[in-house]
Write a protein that binds this ligand. Sequence first.
Ligand code: PLP
Length: 418
Amino acid sequence: MTAVSPDSPIPSSSELPPAQRRISRRIAGIAESATLAVDAKAKALKAAGKPVIGFGAGEPDFPTPDYIVEAAIAAARQPAMHRYTPAGGLPALKEAIVAKTARDSGLQVTAAQVLVTNGGKQAVYEALATMLDPGDEVLLPAPYWTTYPEAIRLAGGVPVPVVADEQSGYLVSAAQLDAARTPRTKVLLFCSPSNPTGAVYPLEQVEEIGRWALDAGLWVLTDEIYEHLTYGGVTAPSLPVVVPELADRCVVVNGVAKTYAMTGWRVGWILGPTDVVKAATNLQSHATSNVANVSQAAAVAALTGDLSAVATMREAFDRRRKLIVSMLREIPGVACPEPQGAFYVYPSVKGLLGRSIGGRTASSSVELAELILELAEVAVVPGEAFGTPGYLRMSYALGDDDLVEGVTRMQRLLTSAD
Ligand SMILES: Cc1ncc(COP(=O)(O)O)c(C=O)c1O
């Protein structure tokens, strides 16, 4: 074995002999989820008695509807639910997903094209792990959800960000994607409505991007987890429905978390061609086996019920969306486009950087977010977490009173900037 002498230059971790590398290179390269970190910091400050208001969380502030909870309680009493079940999901849930997909997006799939996962997050990772070989490139429209680049790297792929700013409504064009394509490109990762911007691609642009991907011979991973959270009459068309010829190279990710206020239940799914779904199911059979049966039973109740719970949430989110946008726009130096979906706003704060705020100066959005947390006791997530410095992401999935109090504190602090 090569000894590392105290006098030799310190080798970088990747040059060390295997047994001296405490953490594998693959895992050491992964960054902590910035959004969960902000949320944890805000919760810790709150627990310590600070009146922190958190705009960091990516989850509805509503409880899961009663009829879903009741279905879970009934399932917990059934001995069959105490056992292992098929790794790919309960047959009843797969059928419910098939029916729900036809009802909501119009995509026709069979149960063999469904894999039930531990939330949309596992669905994203397993889909990428199943599609990518080492070095395969993934076109990643930015601002992107913070998990995407890490999941791509974990799966051996290379994220290739394609940036769209507020001028284009945070929507990338097919021309931009084409300019970023190389012979190593395999997948386009598409997310509409978007986390973190709330942008929703209109039908013509979905079609343009879908046709481009088809002509370029690429695969598409499309994340539809916010499908029901759109406002002002806007809808989010499903890419494989708009361009059906792409269905054989398209994998859809979805889940119950955002639509039914079920983030803690951990149920999501993948829809795709049968060979891809079969391979992803093999992966899951070794990684985690079946998703908790009680959660799957809850998901069956959610998906076979109506959409009234999401309609109620949508109304509240829409009201808060308008309120937060108008309040943020009152702060000089903040430019806040109106989002059309999900429950996030993504204002540019470039106009505040380098200015004196409460006797301090922030030169980046990370520093600005820290300053806002310290001086206004308001938690927001800096744009660095989403691949675009100079912005903040704020979730408006919090109570109306907290929303007003939190943004008022920010107004007081930031309007003093000079
Ligand atoms: C765009 C997007 N996709 C997928 C997920 C995963 O959701 P979950 O794993 O809670 O089902 C999230 C959660 O924040 C998200 O924002």
